[in-house]
Design a protein around this ligand. Structure first.
Ligand code: PLP
Length: 425
């Protein structure tokens, strides 16, 4: 033990081979790759994994490529979609006593980010497009409302024109939680670049991924500067680490949400196929919708922009929850949140399962932020507060679409689905 020869450079072939192993390369191929790598002299400064001292920073390259790909002025790479949301909220000055409108149907992280930013989430109804209902948003605005966070759920664009109009009318910030819809578009513009700030998740289950990761997208210089400050620790690399604050509000303590270089390296390759992934799943999504005959008691979930969806999930709305449950139980490849819930499974995508909010959970005994002295009005959280959303979700079933689904496979899927549904409804 302890007799192996170790490299004197900090990151060498051994580290690279561990990365290769992640890709499940065969032992024989790994041996060949190692031979090739060892034939090369590793420069002593190889593998500089700190973006701000690395002249070849992958994070830097990734951010610039995101900017040109989705046409946005600033992309800030962070270590998760959740941290992107928190950084965006903090950048916008959201904090104690502020209210942020969130949809009743979203992954819990959207709401959690608001609480972590010390603000109060106001949970608002969705409509049958599975995204925020602009009329319900407007009705929920109070003098304490600071931002609207819309979520492009299941890759479906929100009603951006209407939401932007409400946000502008009431002078509110519009945040797009684009965790589930990176590369999707609305009227030709990339989701996440239409509101004031967009937040993307690059976790393992998203359209493209870096394992864990996220992005803050904005055209607003000040929001970007402040998100950058928060995504760093108090050292702040803005743009010179040792510079004094250039403008009040620029320098404050942060959390270190920096994206690691290793993740950004994967992100660069993933990003090059973003449009290809969405084009393929969107084509299958469209074809299945065109060719499947739904029973009279069901309709497709209407998208706010058919041409802009990320097509990895197709939604069907039945007239009743009972029909939806029957469709899921029929084991014909359809999933459903309603059925999951009735089996007693906690589903973190629906507000009535968000115990953290329903029961106003806090990490500290003081109950912050719900008991914060700046809070003048606390919403009454309860499982029936958004009956429309509960009804819609109880009637929703979904069909997954993978990037490997060819045109022929989509046509075959449509034929099978038509037959399966006809046999049961
Ligand atoms: C709508 C939504 N927002 C935020 C997040 C959080 O992203 P991450 O897992 O990268 O923190 C997710 C992740 O599933 C999500 O679906």
């Amino acid at each position: 033990m302890g007799t192996e020869a170790h490299s004197t450079v900090k990151y060498s072939t051994d580290e690279l081979m561990e990365v290769v192993d992640l890709f499940q390369v065969s032992a024989a191929a790994q041996a060949r790759i190692r031979d090739i790598l060892e034939a090369e002299a590793t420069p002593p400064d190889a593998g500089n994994f700190f973006r701000y001292y690395n002249p070849r920073s992958k994070v830097e390259q990734f951010e610039r490529l995101v900017e040109s790909t989705v046409s946005v002025k600033h992309a800030l790479a962070v270590n998760s979609g959740t941290s992107a949301l928190i950084a965006a909220l903090v950048a916008a000055g959201v904090g104690p006593g502020d209210e942020v409108i969130v949809p009743a149907y979203t992954f819990f992280a959207s709401v959690s980010a608001v609480v972590v930013a010390k603000a109060i989430p106001v949970i608002v109804e969705i409509d049958e497009t599975l995204t925020l209902d602009p009329a319900a948003v407007e009705a929920a605005i109070t003098p304490r409302t600071k931002a609207i966070m819309t979520v492009h759920m299941l890759g479906l664009p929100s009603k951006m024109d209407e939401l932007l109009a409400v946000a502008r009318k009431h002078d509110l910030l519009l945040i797009e939680d684009t965790a589930q819809a990176f590369g999707g578009t609305y009227k030709g513009k990339y989701l996440g670049t239409i509101g004031d700030v967009g937040c993307v998740s690059l976790d393992a289950y998203k359209v493209i991924g870096t394992g864990e990761g996220g992005l803050v997208l904005t055209d607003n210089d000040w929001l970007h500067t402040r998100a950058q400050s928060y995504h760093d620790t108090a050292a702040c690399w803005r743009p010179d680490r040792y510079a004094r604050e250039r403008q009040a509000g620029e320098l404050f303590c942060g959390e270190n949400y920096r994206m690691p270089e290793l993740c950004a390296a994967v992100g660069l390759a993933q990003l090059r196929r973003l449009d290809w992934v969405n084009t393929r799943t969107r084509a299958a999504w469209t074809r299945i919708r065109e060719e499947t005959r739904l029973p009279a008691c069901a309709t497709w979930v209407a998208a706010n922009d058919d041409k802009g969806v990320c097509g990895y999930t197709l939604g069907i709305l039945f007239e009743t929850a009972g029909q939806a449950a029957r469709a899921v139980q029929a084991k014909i490849g359809l999933g459903g949140l309603a059925a999951g819930d009735t089996r007693g499974v906690r589903n973190w995508h629906v507000y009535w399962c968000w115990d953290h909010i329903m029961e106003k959970k806090s990490a500290t005994a003081e109950g912050c932020p719900f008991t914060c002295p700046h809070v003048t009005r606390l919403p009454e959280y309860h499982p029936d507060m958004c009956p429309t959303t509960r009804d819609i979700i109880s009637r929703l079933v979904t069909l997954g679409i993978g990037v490997a689904m060819t045109d022929e496979a989509a046509a075959a899927r449509a034929a099978r689905l038509t037959a399966d549904l006809a046999a049961r409804f």
